[in-house]
Design a protein around this ligand. Structure first.
Ligand SMILES: NC(=O)c1ccc[n+]([C@@H]2O[C@H](COP(=O)([O-])OP(=O)(O)OC[C@H]3O[C@@H](n4cnc5c(N)ncnc54)[C@H](OP(=O)(O)O)[C@@H]3O)[C@@H](O)[C@H]2O)c1
Length: 324
């Protein structure tokens, strides 16, 4: 592909939201040692993509400008770099790569997984960040997805979102009773994913996180932000844990306090880490019909700004997909 150009969407400075995205023609990247070049069929957006644009990971990310955002891609391998043994041109894959708002992207072989023909590119693209985060939250909670172990009462907040909708499905593979929160329009949807009871987060009971059946939560998989610790505390079982994936200054302070005071009720901060073994496991669950991606909307790369705006608005049901 050397010397050929592709369409891509990039930004050149922090901030600017969708208006900061620019459509460009740039050289198709060349896979380096241990990398594969993927012709993208679908890219899934995650909040981290626009948060990086806002500067939350400054000065570590982006490493340089201009920057083509989005990490979660699915497509076909068209070229492999030196040292790549697992993949060859023509293989269908899903990967945690980078530069996903483009026609082609490179990904490390070590973060790329084969995609069986029965799984569409859009369905697979949802998994690398959102699926893995949900899975790692359940692992952190000690919930076994083979259904073994004592029953665990789990609360999943924002169960209609990218992470939450996978978390509900995965939690129900374990021995769990799942209470979930979402907006009124998504209550039936979240029940259809397997939740045992659902709270509308805009009602007083929902805002208070009170289980309709009176459960105390052993684990909270907290997929949104802005809920104070005091609201969780009264709803937790004596050794209950809140697994928080969007920490801010307030939650860091609570985390430190709970540690220092040796509190039995703990706040756990989760930072998902990419893993091909775990991604392979999720792909297998999907192939076996035990896990699905719900797609909020699909947007052509030529209208990537629409997808970007939708992600920033934080009202997606499932995953937002961009297709070249
Ligand atoms: N630490 C990590 O490694 C990691 C990894 C992935 C994600 N995250 C973070 O996890 C969070 C969730 O990510 P995501 O991809 O799931 O986001 P998302 O898909 O944008 O979430 C959108 C969903 O959240 C619902 N929602 C918003 N506020 C809510 C509330 N207070 N109560 C209940 N539901 C609410 C919305 O419902 P309505 O439309 O009805 O409002 C919508 O369905 C983000 O902050 C993200 O940055 C962290």
């Amino acid at each position: 592909m050397a010397g050929k150009v592709m369409h891509a969407v990039q930004y050149s400075k922090y901030g600017g939201g969708a208006a900061g995205l620019k459509h460009v023609e740039v050289p198709i990247p060349t896979p380096k040692n241990g990398e594969v070049l993927i012709k993208i069929e679908a890219t899934a957006l995650n909040p981290i993509d626009w948060k990086v644009q806002k500067g939350v990971m400054r000065p570590f990310m982006p490493k340089k400008f201009p920057f083509i955002p989005a990490t979660d891609v699915a497509g076909e391998v068209v070229e492999v770099g030196a040292g790549v043994t697992k993949f060859k041109a023509g293989d269908k894959v899903v990967a945690n790569g980078g530069g996903g708002l483009a026609e082609y992207a490179v990904a490390k072989q070590s973060l790329t997984v084969g995609r069986p023909p029965e799984i569409s590119a859009a369905d697979a693209a949802g998994l690398p960040i959102a699926g893995l985060t949900a899975y790692q939250a359940l692992q952190t909670a000690g919930i076994k997805l083979d259904g073994s172990g004592n029953e665990v009462n789990v609360l999943i907040t924002a169960a209609s979102g990218g992470v939450g909708h996978y978390a509900v499905q995965l939690a129900k593979l374990g021995n769990t009773f799942v209470t979930a929160t979402c907006g009124a329009r998504n209550i039936e949807f979240v029940k259809s994913l397997g939740a045992d009871e659902v709270l509308d987060y805009k009602t007083p009971e929902g805002a208070a996180l009170k289980s309709p059946s009176g459960k105390k939560y052993d684990v909270v998989i907290h997929c949104t932000s802005g809920i104070p610790w005091s609201t969780f505390e009264s709803n937790l079982s004596p050794n209950g844990k809140v697994i928080d994936m969007s920490p801010n200054a307030g939650t860091m302070w609570t985390y430190a306090k709970k540690k220092i005071t040796l509190s039995k009720k703990q706040l756990v901060l989760l930072m998902a880490s990419p893993s091909s073994e775990k991604l392979e496991y999720l792909v297998q669950l999907m192939k076996d019909g035990k896990l699905k991606t719900v797609i909020d909307s699909k947007h052509p790369l030529s209208k990537a700004e629409e997808a970007w705006t939708k992600s920033i608005e934080s009202h997606a049901t499932g995953k937002i997909i961009v297709e070249p």
